[in-house]
Design a protein around this ligand. Structure first.
Ligand code: BTN
Length: 275
């Protein structure tokens, strides 16, 4: 039986497990930081190499998508950010979020044996509740990518949903709540880095998601489900059919027309509840 004591998070605990070529080959572990994404950008500015990974036990200003806060208490969750120095144009970078989403579901399967789903584009879901969020941020200079940071927050060892704030309690869960397994965070981080390196290397060969889109689509919980697309120009409903090689969600409208929905522009809501 695993105990809390075995879940020690440090640079060494992760580094000793790594089998990757470049992902996480430079690790910064911080007991406490404002945001691992912010820290990773600072290390990037100081010249840190491609694949540098920042891990923290807690964050004081954890950031979510759409300017939201990401609650980041100590001892329970994974807060990690990988920094990349890609050699492609900025318009390719949003696809990296989907590359990471697939990698996290693969890592979760190895650690707790459950098949997590993906709520397009990048929420990881177990039993219709969110267990992980991903925030990708990019720094550019004269239409070139200087660096990209991909931050991952995984609720790992929360014992009950009571530990979450009231606003997210209904729609959040943890790996432990769903599986009963107390996760060794360093093992989970190693798995995420392992799969991310593999999937990223596939991605850069074609510079699209063609090499991983079937695996991604298999995990898409919206697939075949009715979704509501909220665009600046208006709203419409349809049925989600999967993603294309650019990571756009294919939504079939009632008249049979297939619309390609780009993540940056719209919000897709399930008709029922969170998913
Ligand atoms: C979301 O809103 O779903 C994205 C949440 C991303 C949270 C992670 S935790 C590690 C990294 N550091 C941050 O400040 N945010 C990301």
């Amino acid at each position: 039986m695993r105990t809390d004591e075995a879940d020690i998070l440090s640079e060494k605990e992760v580094a000793d497990r790594l089998t990757t070529k470049w992902a996480g080959r430079k690790i910064y572990y911080l007991d406490n930081t404002d945001s691992t994404n912010t820290a990773a950008k600072q290390y990037a500015e100081q010249g840190a190499p491609h694949g540098t990974t920042v891990i923290a036990d807690m964050q004081t200003k954890g950031r979510g998508r759409r300017g939201r806060e990401w609650q980041s208490p100590s001892g329970r969750a994974v807060y990690m950010t990988i920094m990349l120095r890609p050699d492609f144009s900025p318009n390719k970078a949003p696809m990296l979020t989907l590359v990471m989403a697939l990698s996290v579901t693969q890592a979760i399967y190895d650690i707790i044996g459950l098949r997590a789903g993906i709520k397009w584009p990048n929420d990881i879901v177990l039993n219709a509740k969110k267990v992980c969020g991903i925030l990708t941020e990019m720094s550019t200079e004269s239409d070139c990518v200087k660096h990209v940071v991909i931050g991952v927050g995984i609720n790992a060892n929360n014992d009950s949903t009571e530990e979450f704030s009231e606003e997210i309690r209904q729609k959040a869960t943890s790996l432990k709540i769903e599986s009963g397994i107390h996760v060794i965070r360093a093992e989970l981080i190693e798995r995420v880095l392992y799969y991310f390196e593999k999937n990223y290397d596939t991605f850069v060969r074609s510079l699209d998601l063609s090499g991983i889109m079937d695996e991604y689509s298999e995990r898409l919980i919206n697939r075949g489900a009715k979704v509501r697309v909220l665009e600046p120009q208006g709203e419409y409903s349809g049925v989600a059919r999967g993603i294309n090689a650019s990571g756009e969600l294919l939504v079939e409208k009632e008249n049979g027309e297939i619309v390609q929905v780009y993540a940056g522009e719209v919000s897709v809501r399930g008709i029922y509840g969170y998913v």
